[in-house]
Design a protein around this ligand. Structure first.
Ligand code: MN
Ligand code: MN
Length: 298
């Protein structure tokens, strides 16, 4: 097989993402503030020489993904089921990984279901496997515990400065016969729930990404857009912008950029029946006879 020319960047991004995730997981304890954990994970990423591929996501209980605390969020960890999703990029090559911590001590099996599903998917993945087969392995692992996979969330391909590209890696058997090829880089991310197995988009997003730069007249919006442009299309969060601009400026500019179609928003994704959700994720590169897990530290 042929590795991409920049395989060293992908391995480095994966290693730093794994280290940052481990670092963050240790801080998820009752009494700690969500925003402090997000900040310290991101400081850790920068101190190791990486950069954020997306804002640190800390999704609790029935929120499956895309929750990122704001700068003035005073929520603390108590007894939630907490999914921490961390992304690092090195020259645009991305490591994307996640784990769930059960502070409630009531959902150990749910956490194990998504971890097992990830392990079992990784065991069978290799060049030539179909996307449907991976989905089936995930589905079978999760239903064996009596839980449901979340059907409208899944893994994805990764490319330079592109966090989500084809193919979608489903968390159930879609029957998709598309096969994976050696050298392809994907994230596999099973979500398990005791709810309906579906998420919906809520409101009040704190995560955004630029989709298209356009001329704007307003000076505030122009300034914020210039800052946002530095993320090269990767997702960013309001908390980062609040460090550079007053809140009123940021809120105005985000609203205008959304209206103009310059950015898109990623609102939190709650489970349809308020089921508790667990998630486990690795970024891997497909090889002829298996895969190499990239989000692993040594
Ligand atoms: Mn992720
Ligand atoms: Mn992902």
């Amino acid at each position: 097989m042929e590795y991409p020319d920049n395989i060293d960047d992908w391995r480095e991004a994966g290693k730093l993402a794994a280290k940052a995730l481990q670092f963050g997981l240790k801080q998820i304890k009752p009494g700690a503030m969500l925003v402090d954990v997000a900040e310290s994970v991101e400081q850790k990423i920068l101190s190791m020489g990486g950069d954020m591929a997306f804002p640190t996501q800390i999704s609790c209980n029935s929120i499956a993904a895309h929750f990122c605390p704001e700068h003035d969020d005073n929520a603390v960890f108590e007894d939630q089921v907490v999914s921490l999703d961390v992304g690092v990029h090195v020259n645009g090559a991305i490591g994307d990984n996640a784990r769930t911590v059960d502070l409630s001590r009531k959902h150990a099996q749910l956490v194990k279901a998504s971890e097992d599903a990830l392990d079992n998917a990784i065991k069978i993945v290799k060049a030539g496997i179909s996307i449907g087969e991976i989905g089936r392995a995930i589905q079978d692992s999760i239903t064996a515990y009596g839980f449901s996979p979340i059907n409208n969330l899944g893994g994805h391909g990764l490319d330079i400065y592109n966090i989500h590209c084809k193919p979608t890696i489903p968390n159930y058997d879609t029957g998709d016969s598309t096969t994976l090829t050696a050298g392809q880089i994907i994230a596999i991310e099973p979500f398990a729930t005791d709810g309906a197995g579906m998420i919906y988009e809520s409101d009040r997003a704190t995560i955004f990404a630029m989709v298209q730069k356009k001329p704007v007249r307003n000076m505030f919006t122009r300034q914020v857009m210039a800052e946002v442009d530095k993320y090269k299309g990767l997702p960013f969060t309001t908390r980062w912008l609040m460090k550079k601009f007053p809140a009123i400026k940021v809120n105005f500019a985000l609203k205008e950029m959304l209206n103009l179609g310059i950015i898109k928003d990623y609102p939190p994704l709650p489970e349809k029946n308020k089921g508790i959700v667990s998630q486990a994720e690795h970024t891997i590169i497909i090889t002829d006879d298996g895969c190499e897990i990239l989000t692993i530290s040594d």
